[in-house]
Write a protein that binds this ligand. Sequence first.
Ligand code: FAD
Length: 429
Amino acid sequence: MLQTVVIIGAGPVGLLLAHYLLRRGKYRIELYEQRPDPRLVDASQDRTFPLSLQARGRKALRQIRGLEEAIAAAGVFCNGSKIYRQKGKTREISRVVPLLTIDRNRLVMILLQHLTQTDNSEQLTVKFGCQCVGVNRSAKTVTLQPEQGEAFTLTYDRLVAADGVRSPIRDYLVQDAGLQCEQTYIPDAYKSVFLTRLNPVLGLELEPDKIHGWNRDNRTRMVMVPQPGDQLNGVITFDAQDNPLSSLTTQEEVLPFFRENFPLFGQLMSTEEAEAFWHRPVGQVFTVRCDRFHEGDSILLMGDAAHAVSPAMGQGCNASLEDVLIFERLLEQYQDDWALALPTFSEQRVPDAHALRELSDYSFPRTKWLFVEFFLRSQISRFLHQWFPQWVQPFVFDLVFDHDMPYSQVLNLHQGWINKVKRSSPHLA
Ligand SMILES: Cc1cc2nc3c(=O)[nH]c(=O)nc-3n(C[C@H](O)[C@H](O)[C@H](O)COP(=O)(O)OP(=O)(O)OC[C@H]3O[C@@H](n4cnc5c(N)ncnc54)[C@H](O)[C@@H]3O)c2cc1C
């Protein structure tokens, strides 16, 4: 007898989990997503951005045959970053292990296409344009509202909240089941930006295998990532309380703003993009810290719904995909007994999620001198680790990116650095 698992949210986590569970052959999967089907309508570019996937995320993808290769083929490998400055100086930071970068919507599309072609796909239902609007955990039901027509209720054996940072299922558990959850807005807000990597008229061509960054000042910066087709996708981030874009009064002011503040990127922006940028919403980021990731023997929180972090370190999706790998290992260990797997998942994963929040907030230096120290420490540790791997661990970013050591262990090793960054930026603490 197959168990019915209802997954809410067809983002990276919901889709990867569906792959893993279908493969086990013991589940019927019903996946519901509020956004429209990306195979039928062009996905909105309002809230998409390139994700960098590293060791942890890629390890989780690799467990499903063909998935990592398909994602790599649709993304771009970057072997370092170039940071530009107003005064024309450029700093290069190289990476030993290249980063796989891919646009979020494209990642989702590949996960979905592969999912619908799996062997057990007759045990799968995926419905788009269908929003979860209610949960009743004693009756084990969820209520869904399709874009058109009446709301309907269905019964689940297990319910997975893969519904992202604003998770309504998490909110329900906070109100109804005593889940302790802290949601904190971080100072940085963002807007997506889409440029081209080339401007033949001006003879401009940005390297296709580097992440390109421009820091206007401590708080306003752009990060642009090459994507297939000579695209350059990324975001402008700024202090939500002191939004430099709020001084723009018409869409005609967008191009001059970029040309003045980010001259290089301004020259790669088309007038169509300037217009689209004007209409795009500002994304406000907040973090989520929960005391557990499950309720009873039947409700599981995963990914951003359980532990959204600041995007500064580019770990949210990696950690979320790693959740899926860790949970499946527990299902294997406990022979699919969710009453055992769920509390063990919380026990194992909550300390790592809390550590990741700390690492994401405070690994990256915010002052000039700490940046120099950060750079030197990274280089020296890389060199020494190569020769004495048993004694010298890589510095914090390399350890998080290129290894799958639990985040809580990484934090233990680098607590001194984290404390230093915290002291240097008290407004973030
Ligand atoms: C600017 C920016 C840059 C980032 N860069 C990186 C990076 O480089 N590397 C990295 O690892 N991470 C990065 N992240 C974080 C990453 O985007 C998230 O951690 C990741 O998308 C989490 O996946 P998820 O499936 O848990 O949630 P989501 O991607 O948010 O997906 C949740 C899905 O649930 C759906 N949903 C929500 N509510 C309902 C409902 N009521 N009913 C039905 N469906 C619902 C949503 O529509 C959505 O499709 C970045 C984030 C931001 C904002």
